[in-house]
Design a protein around this ligand. Structure first.
Ligand code: 6PG
Length: 240
């Protein structure tokens, strides 16, 4: 389709996007004894996370073999921050199928920089090395969203975090879009260290950033270069 990312799949609606993402996650999970999945924040993926824990998929997900990480987090306990951890825990529900120790939230209580350092240490410990090897991706699957300004995770246009190539996780003192709270974000090298990567993009609000990406504008979401396959799952609303 003209004007869309090269590996765009257009689906009828947000539910179809979530279902396609769930099926692809199951395929990733079936291919390995222990899968590391990097979760996107925001509102779009709530539907997917609820689906996975719901009656249609719960019994199909090998929960014991999956570990769930976060691509970014908002700093702050208040509802205005909209913690991604809280969003994920709410979506998985009070009877969450995620075994203890398999959800790896980003610590934010000591601020963005300390949280970034702690999470980078946790990722290195999980990975078992201090350097990312392209032949051995950190994540089996990375899920990402697209902000209306073209950001992804908490890598906002024009902010220093986008250009970070040494660190795996950085503090983001100023968000480029609401909620305007400090963030902790994985960097492009960490997000790109993926066997498979899915962008989940739904709603008319994403037409503009999609068009800007298609026009070749250099936006953070367009800079993610996974080692493995990347697919953009879009609903009709987002395509227009
Ligand atoms: C976050 C996300 C962010 C999100 C986009 C899209 O913490 O906000 O990681 O990158 O994916 O902002 O958000 P929506 O899904 O709410 O449109």
């Amino acid at each position: 389709m003209a004007g869309l990312p090269p590996c765009a799949i257009v689906l009828p609606d947000a539910d179809a996007v979530a279902r396609e993402a769930a099926e692809r996650l199951l395929t990733v999970a079936a291919a390995t004894a222990r899968a590391a999945i990097c979760l996107s924040g925001g509102s779009t993926p709530k539907r997917l996370y609820g689906l996975l824990a719901g009656p249609d998929f719960r019994a199909r997900v090998p929960w014991e073999r999956l570990h769930w990480f976060f691509g970014d987090e908002r700093v702050g306990d208040g509802p205005e921050a909209g913690s991604n951890r809280r969003m994920v825990e709410a979506a998985f529900g009070p009877d969450s199928p995620v075994p203890a120790g398999h959800l790896h939230p980003i610590p934010t209580e000591s601020g963005p920089d300390a949280g970034a350092a702690a999470y980078e240490a946790a990722l290195r410990a999980w990975y078992g090395a201090d350097r990312l090897d392209p032949a051995r991706p950190l994540f089996d699957l990375v899920l990402l969203g697209l902000g209306e300004d073209g950001h992804t995770a908490s890598l906002f246009p024009g902010k220093p975090a986008v250009a970070e190539t040494g660190r795996w996780v950085v503090g983001v003192p100023e968000a480029g879009l609401a909620p305007f709270v400090p963030r902790v974000s994985l960097t492009l090298p960490a997000l790109g260290s993926a066997r498979a990567l899915l962008f989940l993009v739904t709603g008319a609000g994403k037409r503009d950033p999609l068009a800007r990406l298609a026009a070749g504008e250099d936006l953070p979401a367009g800079r993610v270069q996974p080692q493995g396959d990347v697919a953009w799952l879009l609903d009709r609303e987002a395509v227009g």
